[in-house]
Design a protein around this ligand. Sequence first.
Ligand SMILES: [Zn+2]
Ligand SMILES: [Zn+2]
Length: 257
Amino acid sequence: MVLHPVPAFDDNYIWLLHDGQRAVVVDPGQAEGVLAYLQTHQLRLDSILITHHHGDHTGGVAVLRERTGASVLGPMREALPEPVHRVCGGDVLDLLGRRFEVIDVPGHTAGHVAFFAPDVDGSPLLFCGDTLFSGGCGRLFEGSPAQMFDSLCRLAELPDETRVCCAHEYTLSNLRFALAVEPDNAALAAYQTHCQALRARNLPTLPGSIGLEKQINPFLRSRVAAVVRSAQAHAPGTAGDALSVFTTLREWKNQFR
Ligand SMILES: [Zn+2]
Ligand SMILES: [Zn+2]
C-alpha cells in the first residue's frame, strides 16, 4: 500500500492511500491535486473519507464524487455535501480490503471522527483530521476542553507505532509552543531540528507516530510534572489535574505568537 499526502491550500494534506489500483482519500478540500494523482498513477477512487465538516476538508468532495463515482463516508451529525454514508464511533469499515475503525473525537467540531486501521502493511494507520497535530491539537470551535481532552486520550491509547496522518502541516509552529512549555525536553528539541531539516527541503513532517507524540506533544503530556509546572506558571490558579492543565495549555496556545 502506498500512503501519499497530496498538498492543498497553504498547509493542508489530503491523505491518499492506494494499492496500485484502487485509492481512498481523506478530507479532500480540493479536487485538482487528487484527480491529477489518480490520473498519473492510473488509480480508481474507491472511497472518500471525511473527518469533519470544515470547507478545507470537504470542498473537493462533490467534484471528486461526480468525476469518479467514489462513495463518501462522513460523521453522523455534521452538515456535509450529500449523499454521505454516515459513520460513528465503533463502526468498522472495509476499505481496500483493510479493516478501518471509526473513533469519535469531538472537540474541534462537535461530530469530528477519526479513522484507524490496525494493520496496513504491518503497522497501524490513523487519519485524525484536525484533532491531533504533530506537537499540537485542533482549536476548540464547537466542543469543550473536556471533550477534546477525552478525544486526545482515546488517540493516545492507540499503539505507539501508529502512523499519525494529520490534516495540516502545523508542526514547526506547534513545536515553538511545545518548547515554550517544555524547554528542557531533549526529545522535543531533537525533533524540532529534524522537522526544520525536512521543511527546509519542502518535505512533510508527517506522518509522525503516537509514540513520538507522547514524548513531544504538550497536549498529550498534561500529567507530566514539568508541563503541570509550566501551565501553572503561565496561569497561576490552574489546578494540578490533567484536564485543568490541558485547558490552560489550549488557551495559552490560542494567544501564543
Ligand atoms: Zn477543521
Ligand atoms: Zn483543517
